[in-house]
Design a protein around this ligand. Structure first.
Ligand code: SF4
Ligand code: SF4
Length: 259
């Protein structure tokens, strides 16, 4: 399943297994001749919290973001599709400019990790992947800079913990061994609910507040207020509900008499 997290094409991945205390020298800045070269011809998988950050940054809905910037990928080892950032026809990231990333403070988690890749076998609340590895493109001059990091320090500097925390329940789903069970056969409807709960938060909000959802499910008043006001809480609620949709044994239960 780690294959879904290993997101960069080609073979710049170094066969070096790192942990949180592994050290590397690296610095990226606009003075380097390679500046922004890495922002093209790459596979950047997008997490649910990436969608929230970027669509708000762009001032568009999650649905518009999916349509205009992402593409759906079916991956060999995953029974659920994942969204990737769609490169332009020139093979460049749609957010790169001569001055750098135009969504830098809201860039996806994969870009935050770069030039470190990560593999996940199971999700972690905070602390990241199960293992890490350097990604060394021949053109990248950042490795020649004299600034040493541990992977842990790099993660902190790139503010990755908050992404891990918010995406945790979703990673629990997409990395679940239950997906590999022979009797796991998602229907078209459950895949469509999975996509909505994972990536289309504005549509999920309508689904909850403009349908019979709240009369069908046991959701206490405090939670209703919280998810109405706070988009991140709504996202985490979507993932809790999704767990029941895909695997049964729901965290958010139907009211008695509802079906
Ligand atoms: S130093 Fe590496 S990561 Fe930074 S811009 Fe150059 S190629 Fe990209
Ligand atoms: S989102 Fe930003 S950092 Fe990531 S590839 Fe695009 S331009 Fe580069």
């Amino acid at each position: 399943m780690d294959e879904i997290i290993k997101t960069l094409s080609g073979n710049p991945v170094q066969p070096i297994k790192m942990d949180l205390d592994s050290k590397f020298s690296f610095m990226c800045h606009s003075g380097l001749e390679c500046f922004t070269q890495c922002c093209g011809k790459i596979d950047i998988f997008i997490t649910p919290y990436d969608v929230v950050r970027i669509k708000n940054r762009l001032g568009i809905t999650s649905g518009e973001f999916l349509t205009n910037y992402l593409q759906l990928m079916e991956l060999k080892k995953s029974r659920l599709p994942l969204y990737m950032l769609r490169m332009t026809k020139e093979g460049r990231c749609p957010f790169v400019t001569d001055e750098g990333c135009r969504i830098y403070s809201d860039r996806p988690v994969v870009c935050r990790y770069y030039p470190i890749g990560f593999g996940l076998l199971k999700s972690k609340e905070v602390g990241g992947g199960d293992f890490f590895f350097p990604i060394k493109e021949a053109y990248c001059k950042g490795f020649e800079e004299n600034r040493e990091w541990t992977v842990r320090q790099w993660r902190e500097a790139q503010e990755i913990n908050i992404f891990d925390f918010i995406n945790k329940d979703w990673f629990d789903i997409v990395l679940s061994k239950k997906l590999l069970a022979p009797d796991f056969k998602p229907t078209e409807k459950s895949i469509s609910l999975y996509l909505m709960c994972s990536y289309d938060i504005d549509n999920f909000r309508k689904f909850v507040f403009e349908s019979r959802f709240l009369s069908l499910y046991e959701v206490d008043d405090d939670t209703v207020e919280l998810i109405k006001e706070d988009e991140v809480e709504l996202l985490k609620f979507a993932h809790r509900w999704l767990h029941g949709v895909l695997f049964g044994n729901p965290v958010i239960k139907l009211r008695e008499g509802s079906s």
